[in-house]
Design a protein around this ligand. Structure first.
Ligand SMILES: [Zn+2]
Length: 334
């Protein structure tokens, strides 16, 4: 794939890297322009991914040391795991603000405390809380510390690829960028827009509390929908997603995703009306019986729809004191 905005030819290669996660392989992209070779995302921190990345770069006549920069779209472990290795080889790491909180392990305990409390408050049984927080900590052990050398600013040109604008795409992750070329419409989407699966709007703690237990949670699904609507305003041609094949029909896909969400909203509304009062966890396991073990995914999804129903005036939260923490029931209104 080549494009020729700004006169010089840009070569884009998709490098598919293996992950040990249910999502399957992840994409890194190699962008070459005259003497420059920039990598977008770099796969998980496994031997297999490192080996494959090295092999695919060699096919392009490059060693990892030849890279001019690596840009991280967001901080999730399947996208940033080789940043530390590349940085040690002298490759600068570029990312939006707060992606560093995923790279140094400093916030791992904070996130653990946050999710432990959130899940208890939202009715997850204690054994499940411990197991799912343990799963999160296990993911963190795949991280090797790296630093962000250059913090990328939303709404500005990307310093190493100035024909691309850095676009803030909160939803799947809070601190997440897309790179958009307004001339050609090329769009590096990270995980905000995926062709074959709907992207999860994952709940995260706000980062301004002293301890994770005290952190407020994000309303990620609402942010995600707002962001998708704003992407409909951009002139997007080719989408380079974080997983799956490169595709063209961005605006149609966004329509489809928004409509799927509206259908799911209807389902949750019907459920709440039937039962009158229910915990988020109960709703989550009813709706996703086959994904019961994936607490973080099903709780983010379910709370996202409850947030939305609350904005619509259909539900409200009722807090009661439980054994250790207060417990929330979601009650239908009217
Ligand atoms: Zn991903």
């Amino acid at each position: 794939m080549t494009s020729s905005a700004h006169g010089t030819a840009l070569q884009i290669r998709r490098l598919e890297l293996p992950t040990p996660f249910p999502v399957g392989p992840v994409n890194a992209y190699l962008i070459r322009e005259s003497s420059q070779a920039v990598l977008i995302d770099c796969g998980p921190g496994t031997e297999e991914a490192r080996h494959e990345l090295t092999r695919l770069l060699a096919q392009e006549g490059l060693t990892p040391q030849d890279l001019s920069a690596v840009i991280l779209t967001h901080g999730h472990v399947d996208h940033v795991g080789q940043a530390s290795w590349l940085q040690n080889l002298g490759v600068p790491v570029l990312a939006p603000k707060h992606v560093d909180t995923w790279l140094d392990g400093k916030f791992a305990a904070y996130r653990g405390e946050f999710f432990s409390r959130l899940y208890q408050v939202q009715g997850v049984p204690v054994g499940e809380v411990d197991r799912s927080v343990g799963d999160l900590q296990a993911l963190n052990r795949l991280m090797r510390p790296a630093e962000v050398d250059v913090t990328l600013e939303y709404g500005k040109p990307c310093p190493v690829l100035p024909q691309f604008e850095v676009v803030h795409v909160p939803g799947h992750a809070q601190h997440a960028l897309a790179l958009w070329n307004p001339v050609t419409g090329e769009f590096f989407a990270g995980d905000q827009l995926l062709p074959h699966i709907s992207s999860n709007a994952l709940i995260e703690p706000e980062l301004d509390a002293k301890r994770g237990q005290e952190a407020k949670r994000t309303k990620s699904l609402l942010q995600y929908r707002k962001n998708l609507a704003s992407l409909q305003e951009l002139d997007i041609s080719t989408v380079y997603p974080g997983h799956g094949a490169v595709f063209e029909e961005a605006h149609q896909l966004i329509q489809t995703r928004l409509a799927e969400q509206e259908q799911r909203l209807d389902h949750f509304l019907t459920r709440v009306r039937e039962v009158g009062s229910v915990s988020a966890y109960r709703l989550a396991v009813d709706y996703f019986p086959r994904h019961k073990e994936q607490t973080s995914l099903i709780m983010s999804e379910t709370l996202g729809y409850l947030d939305w129903l609350k904005v619509l005036g259909e539900v409200e939260e009722q807090r009661e004191s439980g054994a250790n923490v207060e417990v929330v029931s979601w009650i239908k209104r009217g």
